[in-house]
Design a protein around this ligand. Sequence first.
Ligand code: SF4
Length: 479
Amino acid sequence: MFFSHISVDEWTISSDEQRELASCDEPTMLFDGRWERVGFSGIVSRPRAGFQFLAGRTICAAPMADTNLMSIPGQVDPVPVARDITPRADGRLDLIGLPKERIRELFEDAGLEPKQAKLRSKQVFHWLYHRGVTDFDAMTDIAKTMRPWLTERFVIGRPEVVEAQHSTDGTRKWLLKTADGHEFEMVFIPDADRGTLCVSSQVGCTLNCRFCHTGTMKLVRNLTPGEIVGQVMLARDALGEWPKGSMAGLDEAEDEGHYSSDGRLLTNIVMMGMGEPLYNFDNVKSALKLVMDGAGLALSKRRITLSTSGVVPAMQRCGEEIGVNLAVSLHAVTKEIRDEIVPLNKKYGIEELLEACAAYPGASNARRITFEYVMLKDKNDSDEHAHELVRLLKQYNLPAKVNLIPFNPWPGAAYETSTPERVRSFSNIVFEGGISAPVRTPRGRDIDAACGQLKTAAEKKSRAQRDREAAEAAEAAGA
Ligand code: SF4
């Protein structure tokens, strides 16, 4: 059996109940008269008529037939997502997040002749993703009479900017809002030779990594392809990086997607913002395909890195179907410590994870896998840990580099940052083992934009976080 994500729109349950489901660490589902756990520890199966879901209390759900399911093999956590095309309140459809073929279908559905629909979809796609226009009236090679037709039926969306912050080191953080009112964040980190956009894939997260501020939020929902690619487009808006002029004025070469990132501010994308991207596989894939499309945003897959906490069953697919660089949040080299820091380790252990890394399609010495390692004082930062890290990476013959990340504190965090001397010693040992291990300079700490610090104010705490706090309070009371 396999199950993939459940679209909230396909369930006849209230939004409160949906949120409750999303927050469960181990929800239980009734199948054929048997209760089975789903989520971290259990069977995940395709929804069928008449099942019930226990999420603290029993919920009756009636899924509709023919739902569009994500087909990650193996056991994955069910997470609610919005449908890919949700009409706005005025009935218009947002085209952002849709591939050219889907736009063509919509144009045909709206009454255009097939040939017309094909031509118009090609033109509109170019204006949306290559030029970054947000108004059909700016599409100068589309007949003036056609533009009102488009405006009546479609809209070119962007996530709403709630707040934009600038760090003293040049890092920029945006608090964004989806059309249905959920807040999430994205961060732009400028460097001398590159500009990296850190993109979110979910509102909140199910994984509760203990060093991560986002991990204290409950999952609200997956972001749609439009909300993911919309972050890249919004960043280009803010950086003023769209090519100007009309399509008619371009030479063929530019039309064919030679819009390279060289010399531009936004050169790299990392899927390292809020959420676990491989638990939103289909939407992340759709969004990144648009980012990589030579006729659209045209960013090379070599400039895109997807970071996972270790969702092993989806890693192979990620390499085969998306083909971007892989980063893995390793953070520990023993089961005991990784179980604590990255609880997903209880489901997919270090050995299984490293085997999946060794099999990652496209990994080579030219395209090494990045292992993220947050340096936590007296937790995972000893010389022995560094030696074990080298041993493990060599045992699995991994083309690897290690990013050492001094822990970025946040209010209530359970850890402290390792001392600079400790970080240096750790780094030296890994370097001496023949593996690159630079220490990442924290960026944007003053605006809580650094790695592991993202968290929106409007969130609710996850169940695991509530349980943890309650246990800590009880312990303190008993002490
Ligand atoms: S590190 Fe990533 S996967 Fe882990 S809790 Fe934070 S956002 Fe989620």
